[in-house]
Design a protein around this ligand. Structure first.
Ligand code: FES
Length: 165
């Protein structure tokens, strides 16, 4: 016995059967979308990957630097030379008494780069007015909480070898 029906009958929907071996339109669109997404991710990700890899390589190279030799024949007494040491700014000061000091030039307050002021014979940080002793790197006034990092500086034959432990 068949059950009685109420209301209009809905037409039966026949499922679409794809021939074996041929991709459906949906499958093709999905494949194109996935491929486009992969290209997009690659286009964005590769430069980031390269940048981070290069930065890591540079940091490792910088960390390995323990010594640098600077030509100082033209550096007058009571003046300074900015240079990069282990990837960071540094300061070599030739004092008026012919002694030498090599210091990190990164302020210990908020990491601005400091400079030597020959007229005041001090190291000054223009960011917040920090002052350091040019002979020792000790913080003498302003907000810097600790001295500048000091390096060894040895003069010979118009050159100074700056080194660190
Ligand atoms: S960063 Fe140098 S005093 Fe603030």
């Amino acid at each position: 016995m068949s059950e009685p029906t109420h209301g209009p009958q809905e037409p039966a929907v026949e499922p679409v059967v794809e021939p074996a071996g041929e991709p459906s339109r949906r499958t093709a669109i999905q494949a194109v979308t996935v491929a486009a997404g992969a290209v997009y991710v690659g286009a964005l990700g590769y430069p980031v990957y390269r940048y981070l890899g290069t930065a890591a390589d540079e940091a490792l190279k910088d960390a390995a630097v323990k010594e640098v030799t600077l030509e100082v024949a033209d550096l007058a007494p009571n003046s300074a030379l900015m240079f990069k040491f282990a990837g960071r700014p540094a300061l070599l000061i030739r004092h008026a008494d012919e002694t030498w000091t090599a210091l990190s030039a990164t302020c210990t307050h908020l990491a601005c780069t400091v400079s030597y002021e020959p007229e005041k014979q001090r190291i000054y940080c223009a960011c917040h007015g920090g002052v350091y002793d040019p002979k020792t790197g000790n913080n003498v006034s302003g907000p810097p909480p600790k001295p500048l990092k000091a390096y060894q500086a040895v003069y010979a034959d118009g050159k100074v070898v700056v080194s660190r432990d």
